[in-house]
Design a protein around this ligand. Structure first.
Ligand code: PLP
Length: 326
């Protein structure tokens, strides 16, 4: 079976993003290595433009629009990082963006999306059907809908994070990776990253990490079909997806070795470690991969492990509240 994305698609995305996305740093920590018995390489997408890897996929998708599509602009549904990623990418490419967000989304997120120049359309998530709103907007304005993960250009864009990670690890000490830990929401990020790992390091295990409360992808891979779950109750708001996409599931099924889970308390412990020891602000979802390594949800001892820190967008009040709890 041919998969929806190839390594060449990711190389092409890398070329589109050059000079536009940050080549985010890869950081290491002796303390983390001593505690885990592994050699850990943290890819810091919390330091990406707009604060998360989502910029990569959104920009790659929008950059491929035809002139007619550019003129009509882009439509996205999101209350999270995808909204800001699409808004910023649209501004950089000079096209209009409409972002549909729930009325009760955090005001800071609505404001940030508007600051990037997007028009924000609010809806009531309890009484209104967002699919219908999307269809109406698309009809009225002719805009192109870009989903947060189940889209080949989005998945390819996200994969450029792993492309850089393998390159940067090689620059650091000439070596490669035995294991790659990637957080999983809808599976866009891990689809791209797994495609890169298979091409550059065929023996590298690719392991997805989900919150314990929202392990739909783990269940889906076990059953061989997409499993739909209730909205999971977890602090990892970027991984509250209810089911994978058809495209991401096809790639994950073919290329991901395993999916493990971690409890919310482990995310808080990892966030504390990053703040205290590495001076990094990491959002709960961004800490999934690291938490799996720190708490040995997957065997890391003696291995060279890439860990994608996916984002850092968390209100500081919320950040403080979470750490005080832990
Ligand atoms: C969207 C997001 C994820 C999940 O990514 P998927 O491509 O949906 O699997 C993880 N972390 C952060 C910070 C995100 O914004």
């Amino acid at each position: 079976m041919t998969l929806p994305i190839s390594f060449d698609d990711i190389l092409a995305a890398g070329a589109r993003l050059r000079g536009v996305a940050h080549r985010t740093p890869v950081l290491t920590s002796r303390t983390a290595d001593e505690r885990t018995g592994a050699r850990l390489f943290f890819k810091c997408e919390n330091l990406q433009r707009m604060g998360a890897f989502k910029f990569r996929g959104a920009y790659n998708a929008l950059a491929k629009f035809t002139p007619a599509q550019r003129q009509a602009g882009v439509i996205a549904f999101s209350s999270g990082n995808h909204a800001q990623a699409v808004a910023l990418s649209a501004r950089l490419l000079g096209m209009p963006a409409v972002i549909v967000m729930p009325q009760d989304a955090p005001p800071a997120k609505i404001a940030a999306t508007r600051e990037y120049g997007a028009e924000v359309v609010l809806y009531d998530r309890y009484t209104e059907d967002r699919e219908a709103i999307g269809r109406r907007l698309a009809e009225e304005r002719g805009g192109t809908l870009v989903p947060p993960f189940d889209h080949a250009d989005v998945m390819s864009g996200q994969g450029t994070a792993a492309l850089e990670l393998f390159e940067q690890v090689r620059e650091l000490d000439g070596g490669s990776l035995d294991l790659l830990l990637v957080c999983v929401g809808g599976g866009g990020l891990i689809s791209g990253c797994a495609t890169v790992a298979r091409a550059l390091a065929p023996a590298c295990r690719v392991v997805g990490v989900e919150p314990e409360a929202g392990n739909d992808v783990q269940q889906s891979l076990a059953r061989g079909e997409i499993v739909h779950i209730e909205v999971p109750r977890t602090i990892a708001d970027g991984a509250q997806t209810q089911h994978a996409g058809a495209l991401t599931f096809a790639v994950m099924r073919a290329l991901v070795n395993e999916v493990v889970t971690v409890p919310d308390a482990a995310l808080v412990r990892a966030m504390r470690f990053f703040a205290e020891r590495m001076k990094l602000v990491v959002e709960p979802t961004g800490a999934l991969g690291a938490a799996a390594a720190f708490e040995h949800a997957v065997e890391v001892r003696g291995r060279r492990v890439g860990v994608v820190i996916s984002g850092g967008n968390v209100a500081l009040e919320r950040f403080a509240e979470l750490l005080a709890r832990g």
